[in-house]
Design a protein around this ligand. Structure first.
Ligand code: SF4
Length: 65
């Protein structure tokens, strides 16, 4: 899997980096940045939880084909 943030819709709630702090961080404005582009194992599980809990649907999970 691969994760990315859609910067056009991220408003900086911070739920993603609260739920998956190893995978997502914050820039100076509180908007999310990806720290680990291809999380695995428990990090991947937490990244999926972050995607499910982002109110803006700004966390994009792309599963490998
Ligand atoms: S939870 Fe969504 S809107 Fe909030 S910082 Fe993370 S990606 Fe951005």
């Amino acid at each position: 899997m691969k994760v990315r943030i859609d910067p056009d819709v991220c408003v900086g709630h911070g739920r993603c980096y609260a739920l998956a702090p190893e995978v997502f961080g914050a820039d100076d404005h509180g908007h999310a940045v990806v720290l680990v582009e291809r999380p695995e194992g428990e990090q991947a599980d937490r990244a999926r939880a972050a995607a499910a809990n982002c109110p803006e649907r700004a966390v994009v999970v792309e599963d490998d084909a």
